[in-house]
Design a protein around this ligand. Structure first.
Ligand code: 3EB
Length: 336
């Protein structure tokens, strides 16, 4: 009963506490040395960073480049234990496990996806954090053909193959983001927990895992958002969200119209999640396809969110942008 974890020196705190210790922050790359010394970090994700990471926390060097200077995204929690197994870099506190793999992505992307998800699931389940909450997957040449099928569609085949057993055991699809890069390897990083999240879908959109096969032989295995309840606040991890209504892309190539539709989708997901009072956007990432794309102003509650803007290829060629976010709600928010 949790023996394995406690034996590694984590504080004996009851399971199922809140998520109030988790924090997501963006730091300029010149804060590296200070970040490397911290012991409360579950994972660090670099965007446009070229310096080697020397901290204990697992580090993901993505091939995504911000529109501004290089950035570290830091996911912090309680005192964390870091480890490496079978190429999976991971760290956990008593609530969350962060795990990451980097694999060469030149060959069959279906096999690479299956290997990436397979090795991460083995580690997460062995360590007792058997429920995926959130996954980020970045790989090069997302629109290129691989044996007659677009690499994004091949990726979906491999992902499904790796998740099949997990789903059969009662595992839940995570919220996710899948973005194409210009170069580099495939990186997959995830957050997992000991207990399941609550899957939230968007009534304006067909469930992604029920898309018709016009989008490929295997639909993408993700949910629109995952809610994590516990403690006085609730967190909502919202998947990469684009201008899709039903299952169809809207306003092909029109960034401004797509942004409006995307915010309508984001607001719909937040409304469905039934978060407590005054949901607040803790962090957002925008992925934009074009060089020099000018984003329209953000509506309402989205305006004050700490936001990272990255260049990347959204998984359908006609989509110009995609936005993901973490939103928190609950009674404690009123006091803040
Ligand atoms: C969509 O809604 C847009 O394949 O993991 C968004 C988030 C998208 C995650 C994924 C794909 C994925 O279908 C694309």
């Amino acid at each position: 009963m949790g023996k394995k974890t406690w034996a590694r020196g984590l504080p004996a705190r009851a399971f199922g506490g809140g998520v109030e210790r988790m924090r997501i922050s963006y730091y300029p790359a010149d804060r590296r040395v200070e970040l490397e010394g911290r012991d409360d970090i579950l994972g660090v994700v670099g965007y446009g960073v070229t310096t080697a990471w020397q901290g204990r926390a697992p580090y993901v060097a993505t091939a995504l480049v911000p529109t501004g200077p290089p950035v570290y995204e830091v996911i912090a929690g309680g005192p964390a234990v870091s480890a490496l197994r079978d190429g999976v870099r991971y760290a956990y506190d008593d609530e969350w496990l962060f795990a990451a793999v980097t694999l060469g992505a030149g060959g069959s992307i279906a096999s690479v996806a299956a290997e990436a998800y397979g090795s991460i699931l083995r580690v997460a389940e062995d360590e007792g954090y058997g429920y995926l909450i959130r996954a980020w997957q970045y790989f090069p040449d997302i629109h290129a053909a691989d044996e007659g099928l677009e690499r994004y569609r091949q990726f979906n085949r491999g992902r499904h193959q790796a998740l099949e057993g997990y789903l059969a055991r009662g595992g839940l699809r995570p919220a996710a983001t899948c973005i194409g890069t210009r170069a580099g390897d495939l990186t997959l990083h995830v957050l997992a927990r000991r207990t399941p999240g609550i899957a939230i879908e968007n009534p304006r959109q067909v469930c992604a895992y029920r898309y018709p096969d016009t989008y490929g032989p295997r639909p993408p295995d993700f949910v629109r958002a995952m809610k994590v309840a516990g403690g006085p606040r609730e967190w909502l991890w919202i998947s990469g969200t684009a201008a899709i209504v039903g299952h169809e892309s809207q306003a092909p190539g029109d960034l401004e119209a797509q942004a409006r539709e995307t915010f309508t989708n984001l607001d719909a997901v937040v409304a469905c999640a039934g978060l407590g009072a005054q949901p607040r956007v803790l962090a957002a990432k925008v992925y934009v396809r074009g060089q020099g794309a000018v984003l329209p102003p953000w509506p309402g509650s989205w305006r004050s969110a700490p936001t990272l803007i990255l260049r990347g290829d959204i998984c359908r060629a006609e989509l110009a942008l995609e936005i993901e976010a973490v939103v928190v709600g609950g009674p404690q928010n009123e006091a803040q």
